[in-house]
Design a protein around this ligand. Sequence first.
Ligand code: 6LW
Length: 491
Amino acid sequence: MIYKNPVIPGFYPDPSVCCADGRFYLVTSSFQYFPGVPLFESDDLVNWTQIGHVLTRESQLPLLNALSSAGIFAPTIRYYNGTFYMVTTNTTTAKNFYVFTNDIHGEWSEPIFVEQDGIDPSLYFENGHAYFMSNGSDDEGNHGVTQCEIDINTGKKLSPSKTIWTGSGGRYLESPHLYKIGEYYYLMCAEGGTEYGHMVTYARSKELWGKYEGYSNNPVLTNRNKGGYEIQGVGHGDLVQKPDTGEWFMLHLGFRQIGMWEPFHHLGRETFLTPVHFSNDGWFTCGNDGTVEPEYEISGSFTQKRISSCSFADKNEWIFLRNPVMDNYSLSDGSFTLRGCDNSISDFYPTFTGIRIKDFEFELKCHVSAESGEAGISIYMDEKHHYDIAVRNSGGKSQLLLRLNIGDAVYEKFTEDIGSPEADITINGSNFVFCFSAVSGSRNFDFGSLQTRYVSTEVACGFTGVVAGLYAQKENSEGTFSGFSLNYKNL
Ligand code: 6LW
């Protein structure tokens, strides 16, 4: 069957995948959001269901003072002897750690820390031994993909850390993953930085500790030379084999830029699936001459079910900023009540819960009632880059409000008193603009359109993508949100 990329649309970058008893499990980065590390399940590599998150407790995921796009970077998931392991870096505490579980649908352990620096850690298991690698420095101060053996029960190092590969020459060597396939160990990495020059490279060796020989046609996958092409920034991948057919694939990140000559993206980095082919000489290639296309073939006669809508019922997908005070949130009978705290939506710790926007064209609808203060909906990239539409109930007046917050440029537009502190809010998304409108009582309010460009990664920087968020801001505010729906036209 033919499937469409991305297979997991929306801000789900740095995918890592494992296979357990014929099913596939995938994790992605989560940065300043809580819970952390989205976890997906699939029977076919094409249709992925989010079954929860790996890091669900503050003891696993302290995010105090986590800057936007800091916190949790690139996780790796592995399955060994009946146990799942997820290893990652909390860049805010500068610690590499892993958690484990025997029940993929249950809770994960407390973190076990590894005293090796660097980011993008990975695990490799063989004959009862566990090896840990990261993009860091070894015990002699050399930088590259650095590996040590660890005691998987304690995280203690059992060997010195040793640099085993320094990459093919690109900047920002990242995301090491090690596999044993046939007679070779394959070490696959990303280089070039997670922007338009991103790429996947690899090396192989007959010995675990090297010497690793780089593939002569590196990068094995990149779209860096495909100017004016929708899919850009492809890199950071993980290999997986379908046990039933023996086919190999790479799950990797990429982003969709807007239009041909509009090099910006606001949906963040997403998860793509690209076929991999091994040749008789044991080297592998990926995609079409090492580039990624929007459609590929995979064996099987199943269908690709695309997401057409999201609501409060998709409870595994709703996220919070940093470590939320859960007393400020209650969900009942299809309506979400949020109580504000000291902070505004432009601060670090607002009362906020959101869901990733997964495609350019969407229609978001929600009934918002502000019992007191300001309650609204934000198209949120980070605390400095967001567009908000809200109801404000203060000083004996009820008003609707549109706010643009683009760095230091902040503009707020209020209506006059609308008589009642509630409204049906609609946001329509397209490639270039978001359109904001509201109906309150019998009156329609059209707030016009705002550019998607100013909440894109090219403007805001960082590693995330836009999230549609509900918020109540400042002390004594309280808002109730009901009938939330986010519908996609083209997914
Ligand atoms: C991640 C690195 C990367 O740690 O981006 O694209 C960083 N690759 O591997 C943040 O997601």
